[in-house]
Each structure stands twice: as C-alpha cells, then as structure tokens.
Design a protein around this ligand. Structure first.
Ligand code: ADP
Length: 398
C-alpha cells in the first residue's frame, strides 16, 4: 500500500524532531565500533556535519518515493560527503560502515519508534523501510563513486609520474651508452697513438727522434690519465654516491685561497686573475669541495681558452637575493660560437678543438652536475673573440 500523505507528513515531522537523538546515537555507535578507526581523529560535530543535508534529502526521498530528481540530489550529496571523508583520511570500507551505522540509527531511533508510537499506520512500515533502503543504497553508491574517482585520479597521477621516470631512465641509459662509446673511442685513439710512438721509439735509430717520441709518449699517457681522472669524477657524480658535506664558507678567505691555488697556472699562461667580492656576501653554507671544483673547472677553462696576450679572468661572488648568490667566471678569451652554447655542457662536447688545446670534454658536464647537486643552475654568455662569462647560481644555505 502506497504511503498516504498523512503518514508521510507525520513521519517527516517525527524524524525532524528526533534528529538530535539520532545524531547522538549514531556518534556513539560509530565511536564504539572498532572498525572505523579514522573516526577517532574527528570531533563529534565533524561526524554529524552532513546530517542536516542528509535529513533534508531523506525527507524529500520519502515524500517523493525517490523520484529521479531526488535520487540525483541524494547521489550528489553523497559524492560531496565521500570527498569530505576522503580528505579526512577515511578508507572506503570505513565510509560504507559509517553509512550503515547512520542508516541503522535512523531506522531504530526514527522509523521503528514512529511506527511503535503510531501502530494505526503499521502497514506502511514496509514501504518506509524500502524507501530508506533505496535512499541509503544511493548514498553508498555516491560515496563509492567519489572514492573510485579519487583512486582513478591518483592512479592517473602515479602513471604520469611513472611515465616521466621511465623517460628519464631511458635518457640516462642512452647517455651512459653514449658515454661508454665515446670513452672507448677516446681511449682507443690515445692508445693507438701511444702504440705507434712506442714502435717508433723501439725501431728508430736517431736519438733526437727517439727523445721527441718519448715526449709524445709522455703527453699521451698524461692525456689518458687526465681523461680517466675526469671519468672517475663523472662516474661518481652520475652514481650520486657522494653526499653533500655542508659547512660554513667565509667567501673572502675562500676566494683568496682559490686565487693562490691558481697562481702558478695563471702566471704561466700570462693571465691576470681578478677577484670581485660583493661586500654583502660574507658567509655561505654549502659543500666547499664541490663549490671549489666548480670554480676550478671554470677557471681552468677560462685560462685554457684565453690564448691572447694580456688576458684577464675575473672571478666574482655576488649576492643575488636573500636566498641565492652567484659565482661568475669571466674571461677575455676566444669565446664560444652561439650555436654551441646549448651543447657545451654535454659529455665530450668539444668545439673544433685545436691540437694545442687539450681537454677531455667532460669538464663542463661535471661542472653542471655539481651545480645541480647544489640545487643551483649554470648559464653562459659568450661572444667569439671577445670572451665568455659562466654564471653559477646556488642557494646561500643548503
Ligand atoms: P674541455 O675543456 O675538456 O674540452 P669542457 O667540457 O670543459 O671540456 O668544455 C667543453 C668545450 O666548451 C671546450 O672544448 C671549449 O670548446 C668550450 N669552452 C669551455 N669553456 C670555454 C671558455 N671559457 N672559452 C671558450 N670556450 C670554452
């Protein structure tokens, strides 16, 4: 038998009057259930925050026997409730259990009581129970749908991250393969030259030629050992094996030490090394060894690629902001053609190396890695025949 409007009206009034009691009963049932541990983090008020909306939807559901518009609104309300509980850290099973407890509280404290007190309408109890069942089915469906959407979103994000990680891995594999190929090639070149020279030494008769060959031999061995040293540094960096050793660095003292250590190199090359230190930059906290290696590589290049009489190299320390400082190495050397500026940090990149300027092509690749380890960045500006400026920006405190 369909519910009469009189039964509906009385029931709705009764449910509305019982709302505080039903709320209390639901909270205590949720608290005493051992299966909704996430509820422990919530206040009583947070547990029943959704009650006004839930009751309004339930009443409408009872009044309309769950027409399609009401069902849609019920599901929308449940979607929102599902989102709230998701944000409050509920597991899906906890949301479903909680909805079940609320349903039971409404049934026990609301509907059953109403029909006990109004036994003249007891035939209608089945219809009301069916409506209540339908309403809570839709509520569970809405909450589950919200969770599924959230899980899907999480999966999508995780998948996107995986794709990026995968791409990075294949790029790393590719660059390691390139590294092995180039190293084998470089070492083979030096070894071939060495073998040839050694043959000439052992078979040659002329003493002058023999001593010339020995010199070439020595140079080849030196090159090979420099290449191997660079490679060792680079492989340690790629493996990410050396953790940062952070310490306080007094910029002035550090810069003076650097200048002294470059004295012999700059004097022999006829290069003047100047220091510029921002008075605002007193102390930084960073990895001294790594900062030193970065500057050493840049100054070695600046000196190496100067090749002009009366050349000048400037090492500057500047404060950029409260958090960042800049270390710049500027030279008045041969400069770098603009089309190569993007690729000079690649492993083994050398720009038409002239025979007398030796190098492994790893210096800037190592420098860039070191800068990245210090969570910094490196930039280069250069003009052919005028000079180059390498600028490293790092945090003042690691
Ligand atoms: P290497 O110096 O061993 O060749 P690097 O990685 O240090 O290798 O440098 C890569 C290339 O970038 C060099 O071969 C050179 O052509 C160019 N380069 C680097 N620094 C400078 C500079 N200060 N002036 C001109 N060219 C430079």
């Amino acid at each position: 038998m369909a519910l009469t409007s009189e039964v509906k009206r009385s029931l709705v009034e009764y449910l509305d009057s019982q709302r505080p009691l039903i709320g209390e009963q639901a909270v205590s049932a949720i608290r005493s259930s051992n299966e909704i541990s996430s509820s422990e983090r919530l206040t009583d008020q947070q547990l029943i925050d959704h009650f006004p909306k839930l009751f309004a939807d339930l009443i409408e559901y009872l009044l309309t026997n769950g027409d399609s518009g009401t069902r849609r609104r019920t599901i929308e309300g449940a979607l929102r409730h599902g989102m709230t509980r998701w944000q409050q850290g509920y597991a899906l099973v906890e949301v479903i259990r909680e909805v079940g407890i609320v349903q039971r509280s409404i049934l026990d404290e609301g509907i059953e009581r109403f029909f006990e007190e109004n036994s003249q309408w007891s035939e209608s109890v089945h219809d009301v129970r069916r409506n209540l069942g339908g309403f809570f089915e839709d509520s569970v469906a809405g909450s589950v749908q919200q969770y599924v959407e959230n899980f899907t979103e999480q999966l999508r994000n995780a998948n996107a991250k995986l794709l990026i990680a995968n791409e990075n891995l294949s790029r790393l594999d590719e660059s390691r393969l390139r590294l092995i190929r180039t190293v084998s090639h470089e070492l083979a070149n030096v070894l071939n030259a060495l073998t040839l020279t050694v043959t000439l030494i052992t078979t040659g008769k002329d003493e002058t030629v023999r001593s010339e060959m020995l010199e070439i031999c020595q140079r080849n061995v030196r090159e090979m050992s420099e290449l191997l040293n660079d490679l060792k540094d680079y492989s340690i960096l790629i493996a990410g094996a050396a953790p940062l050793q952070i310490e306080e660095i007094n910029v002035r003292i550090f810069a003076d030490e650097l200048r002294s250590s470059f004295h012999a190199l700059t004097r022999d090359a006829g290069v003047r090394l100047e220091l510029l230190i921002d008075p605002d930059l007193d102390v930084i906290r960073s990895d001294r060894k790594k900062v030193r290696q970065i500057i050493t590589n840049l100054i070695a290049n600046a000196v190496n690629y100067c090749r002009k009489p009366d050349s000048r190299v400037v090492l500057a320390f500047r404060s950029l902001s409260q958090d960042f400082c800049q270390i710049a190495v500027e030279d008045t050397g041969i400069g770098i053609p603009s089309e190569h500026l993007d690729s000079i940090f690649d492993e083994f990149k050398r720009i038409s190396p002239s025979e007398d300027i030796k190098g492994s092509g790893l210096g800037l690749a190592i420098t860039k890695r070191l800068v990245e380890e210090l969570k910094g960045s490196i930039e280069v500006f250069s003009k052919v025949a005028h000079g180059s400026r390498f600028m490293v920006t790092i945090p003042k405190t690691q």
